[in-house]
Design a protein around this ligand. Structure first.
Ligand SMILES: [Zn+2]
Length: 122
């Protein structure tokens, strides 16, 4: 993958992570009482003030899972393994990554896995 695309995906994933964290901190906000909220007018500051683990424990499973996926995609960019299929080691197409940057499988492996799932159920 060239530098231009790496930069693009890094930005895309960081934006997605920030949006998720913001959404998640609002979820956590909703669980707190009004008085407490006044002391932390900026939800982002509040979220970063909490430990990562505690914060993640308090948000919804779906959001937590997605945050972890986005974080792991960002670390794959840093390690230089982003865009490489976990199953066959081939390159995942840019179009597929743009549609779903957190994916770890190429379309062929994903399709195969889905067909496998279907035949297991049958
Ligand atoms: Zn593959």
């Amino acid at each position: 993958m060239d530098t231009k695309n790496i930069k693009l995906f890094k930005k895309l994933l960081n934006d997605q992570l920030n949006a998720l964290l913001k959404e998640a901190s609002q979820t956590v906000e909703g669980m707190s009482d009004e008085k407490e909220r006044e002391n932390f007018p900026d939800t982002t500051d509040r979220a970063s003030a909490e430990s990562d683990r505690n914060f993640l424990l308090r948000i919804r499973d779906r959001e937590r899972l997605l945050i972890l996926k986005v974080k792991s995609a960002i670390s794959r960019i840093e390690e230089g393994t982003f865009g490489i299929c976990e199953s066959c080691g081939g390159k995942i197409s840019i179009a597929r990554l743009k549609a779903r940057p957190v994916t770890t499988f190429c379309i062929e492996c994903k399709t195969e896995a889905e067909q496998q799932e279907k035949s297991d159920q049958a």
